[in-house]
Structure formats: C-alpha cells, structure tokens
Design a binder for this molecule. Structure first.
Ligand SMILES: [Zn+2]
Length: 231
C-alpha cells in the first residue's frame, strides 16, 4: 500500500552515494520539515580492499552505516533492495522494483546518479540512473503499465522534478553552505569506506563543493542536472 506522501526519494546504487551526491541538499529539505526516503539498490558487498572482509559481513556493516548516515541528515526511512554490488542491469524486473518504490512513497522530487556521464563511471551508477529515469517516466506515471500494482493499491504517480548528480554539465547548484558539516558528518558514518578520512581529504572535498558554488552567491554547493517533468 502507498505510504504518506514524501517530498523526495533518493535512489542510489550503493551505501555512501547519497552522502557524496546529495546529502547537503537532503539536510536542507529535512530542516524545512520535508520527508525524504532513501532507496539503496545494492548491498555494497564488494566495496573493500580488506583481504579479511567477507561479502556478507560487509553488506551488514554497510546497511548500518547507511542508516546512521541517513539519520544524520534527518532521513528516517531507508529501503534496501539488496542486489549484489556490481550486478545491476537494466531489466524489466529492476525497473519494476523502482516503479514500486516511487508509487509507494509518491515523491515530488527524485534524485539519483546521472547515467550520461562518459568514460569513468561506476557501471552500477550508470545503470541505476538509466533505470530511474525510465521508471519515473513513463512507467510510474502510466496507469496501465503494471496492472498488478493497481490491484495492490499502488496508483500511478507523477514525479515533478529529477535531480542527477555526477553530471558532466550540471545546470542546477544547490546551496549547502549551512548543511555542509552535516553532509560531511553523514559521509563519515561510512567507516568501511572512508576510514582514511584525513585532513587532506577533507580539504579536497571542501574544494570540490566550493568549486560547484563558483560564480554563485553562496560558498558551497552540490551540483546537479535538473529536469522538470511537466507533461
Ligand atoms: Zn556508488
């Protein structure tokens, strides 16, 4: 059954993608009282260099880290689809899973990874972005796309806005000056991924988000390709 309406849904391939891409903007939304849900498509069970780490153990750790990171920016709902890391494919089944989540939470805004980044880009990010775009339009919107969902009470839903991070040509810069510290605190929840968080790396990240705000009236930004869906 559908849940109370959410303002935004953040759909990621892995635990920690939201923190790099959109967590500063999410923190801004939740401060304004807007409800946000995360959907994490894989269990992240390949993201380690530790020769002693087992995939099952890593998946367990990463879910806990993701829940802590989400809570840090005011997100209390995280859905885990638990596909194996590096296994996502653009299939009718995966698309339907994403449509199901969109119809359950009915977000105005969907944020995910830009699938059109060229050359070096994690395959899971490319596939996730592509499947999310198709799920938003037309599959979540069209009444007859999934007759079985109608029977479950999952009505069609129109998403109004898409935000894609990792875009080569971003057209929207979200002011995260006041929530940057929360974004970094959320990122630091992912100990298994950013255990090496050094001062140098902190400086590097800050420069990156300062770079996105270049030419704007604020200091720190997250960058997106933004598209409004008006039909
Ligand atoms: Zn990722």
């Amino acid at each position: 059954m559908a849940k109370p309406k959410y303002y935004a849904m953040v759909i990621t391939s892995h635990a920690d993608d939201a923190e790099f891409g959109v967590a500063g903007t999410v923190a801004k939304w939740t401060r304004e009282g807007k409800k946000v849900v995360y959907v994490v498509c894989t269990n992240g069970n390949k993201g380690t260099d530790d020769p002693k780490m087992k995939p099952e153990k890593l998946a367990e750790i990463r879910e806990k880290e993701q829940i802590a990171a989400a809570e840090t920016v005011g997100v209390d709902e995280v859905v885990f689809l638990r596909h194996d890391d590096q296994s996502l494919e653009d299939t009718p089944e995966f698309r339907k899973e994403i449509v199901r989540q969109i119809r359950i939470y009915r977000p105005d805004v969907v944020a995910s990874t830009d699938p059109y980044r060229r050359y070096i880009w994690h395959r899971d990010h490319r596939i996730t972005g592509q499947v999310v775009l198709d799920a938003v339009f037309p599959y979540a919107r069209d009444r007859l796309a999934y007759l079985d969902m109608l029977k479950e009470g999952l009505e069609p839903h129109k998403v109004e806005e898409i935000l894609l991070w990792g875009a080569e040509e971003p057209n929207y810069f979200s002011d995260i000056t006041d929530t940057y510290d929360l974004k970094i605190a959320a990122l630091r929840c992912h100990h298994s991924q950013v255990g090496h968080f050094s001062k140098e790396w902190g400086d590097f990240l800050r420069q990156r988000y300062e770079g996105f705000a270049k030419g704007q009236s604020f200091k720190l930004a997250e960058a997106f390709y933004r598209a409004e869906i008006w039909w």
